[in-house]
Design a protein. Sequence first.
Length: 340
Amino acid sequence: MDIQALAETAQALVADGKGVLAADESLSTIEKRFRRIDLPSTPDNRQAYREMLFTAPGVGEYISGVILFDETIRQSSRDGVPFPELLRQQGIIPGIKVDTGAKPLALFEGEKITEGLDGLRDRLLEYRGMGARFTKWRAVISIGEGLPTATCLASNAEALARFAALSQECGLVPIVEPEVLMDGDHAMEHCAEVTTRTLATVFPRLLQHRVAFDGMLLKPNMVVPGAESPQEAHADDVARMTLHVLRQTVPAAVPGIVFLSGGQHDEWATRHLQAMNAIGGAPWELSFSFARALQMPALLAWGGKEENVRKAQQAFLHRARMNSLARNGRYVPEQERKAA
């Protein structure tokens, strides 16, 4: 394992002004998104959509890496260029989601365990041969009455640690994603408590599996109220509480934190990222790894029509630029209006 090479890739993924595009939606998820534009989720339509995003002019100015799905890493542009190579031509590092999804945790109603460890070493070596240089594994943690349980947290932490160790062994930077879901009516203080418990379980397990912290990235949720909560949270409150949780649990050796948006409205995810970077003083780079919050405006502008590709790319580049500004603490909401 070349720790120096892993550390250099991790640093490149959180380079100044850049973040990661999560384009690793499962087939069921991309089908739901395509329904918004009445478009069948066929391989050809998925390929056209991804190519529209990956060929946006100058996207490498804002995006450092793209997380691909198994189907996507095997696809090519209409000109026959494999997507990993197409991304490299834009100065973007290709990555790959390697878990096989969250399944019900046996005998623990309402909780899930992420699967995909069987055969993972061989898959990692295949993906590396296809051009991937980093990986991602997502665990999902639900908040509810009596949830999450210690068993759920420990089981998912063990899976995350084994994934991360295998990734580093194969020369790939792991993005560790323990997501505390927004589902529910809980207050942000409850989200903070669960997120603290989650991360305080994950990092000791990573250490036990000899994962090099300087050759990995963390992809956590922001500390926000539940989606059905009546609580209103100011961006500064989200930023302060999120940073407080991270300072209690995340080693300074981790190069960067690439936040997930987790169902937040795209502009609010940007505002929260801006507020954290405006506070400053964190030992890690604070960046983004958004999916829907980067893609949705582009998807709606595209509508599955070739004549809308340029308009959709402009919408995508706008969101990428807004998050690039927030990444450096230079975003203000008025910039949204100016662009419109």
